[in-house]
Write a protein that binds this ligand. Structure first.
Ligand code: NAD
Ligand code: 0WE
Length: 255
């Protein structure tokens, strides 16, 4: 009997086997959860489908969160297959590459809108569409980063988007508490994933994180997966509206 046996849910944000969403999926499956996955586009479908199958899942659905109809379609498919679900994982972020390089004040209106739409508003939309099919005791987890509360060089508009995401977590938690549905976020330290590749100075970011963190090491997809498992399971039944740091203690340490 696993922590998640009898529970079903959907994971948004697997791109490949380095994705944080994949680290979460593996932990959930190891504890008996039944999983569905979404993918952004056909190129990623080729990656995600075999990964899903390796965790005994054949529910693999397209979803670009900029498209409301695709979000609605995901939850209607889930309802057809399963009836009710127990959890949702949001591990999605996007900003224009140039907005993570140029000075923050140069961010265009469209770049700002895009980053906030994909990285923050999408949580509100996923939650709204999930509500009719979420069981009592349901749990929603999103991924965030310290750049929401501190100005991290080059994180720029993504930091603003993560601030909106974290605030959305609190407002959704406040609203859904009376239905016994919990909403939390995991704030992870830097991890080398697709979304982190090609970011100038990321290697340096990893080096500083490793050196300054009390645990003296980087966090892994497994570390994040285990915390997400806790937040998605009944072990965290009294926890909602929280931003849970999984960063080796980095954010708690000075110099
Ligand atoms: P990743 O590239 O593996 O995952 C990002 C995912 O976002 C991809 O699966 C991509 O397809 C998806 N995505 C982008 N635009 C989308 C859209 N319009 N519709 C649907 N999906 C879309 O990278 P990751 O590092 O695993 O990122 C997952 C989450 O973790 C993100 O929210 C990210 O901000 C957060 N995070 C990452 C780190 C890190 O250092 N890697 C640290 C803290 C938080
Ligand atoms: O949230 C993120 C990254 C999100 C991200 C990454 C990309 C790269 C490719 C969003 N949009 C894009 N757009 C692209 O075109 N992280 C927490 C990882 C990350 O990104 C940084 C970091 C860290 C940590 C960018 C600058 C500084 C630190």
């Amino acid at each position: 009997m696993g922590l998640m046996s009898g529970k079903k849910g959907v994971i948004f944000g697997v791109a490949n086997d380095k994705s944080i969403a994949w680290g979460i999926a593996q932990q959930l499956r190891a504890e008996g959860a039944e999983l569905a996955f979404t993918y952004l586009n056909e190129a990623l479908e080729k990656r995600v489908r075999p990964l899903a199958e390796s965790l005994d899942s054949s529910l693999v659905l397209p979803c670009d969160v900029q498209n409301e109809d695709e979000i609605v379609a995901v939850f209607s498919e889930l309802e057809k297959h399963w009836g009710k679900i127990d959890f949702v994982v949001h591990a999605i972020a996007f900003a224009n590459r140039e907005d993570l390089k140029q000075p923050f004040s140069q961010t265009s209106r469209e770049g700002f809108r895009l980053a906030l739409d994909v990285s923050a508003y999408s949580l509100v939309s996923l939650t709204r569409c999930a509500l009719p099919v979420l069981n009592d005791g349901g749990s929603i987890v999103a991924m965030t980063y310290l750049g929401s509360v501190r100005s991290v060089p080059a994180y720029n508009v993504m930091g603003v988007a993560k601030a909106a995401l974290e605030s959305s977590v609190r407002y959704l938690a406040a609203e859904l508490g009376e239905r016994n549905i919990r909403v939390n976020a995991v704030s992870a330290g830097p991890i080398k994933t697709l979304a982190a590749s090609g970011i100038g100075g990321f290697k340096e970011k990893l080096r500083v994180a490793e050196e300054r963190a009390p645990l003296k090491r980087l966090v892994t997809q497994e570390d994040v997966g285990k915390s997400a498992l806790y937040l998605l399971s009944d072990l965290s039944s009294g926890v909602t509206g929280e931003i849970h740091y999984v960063d080796g203690g980095f954010s708690t340490a000075a110099g």
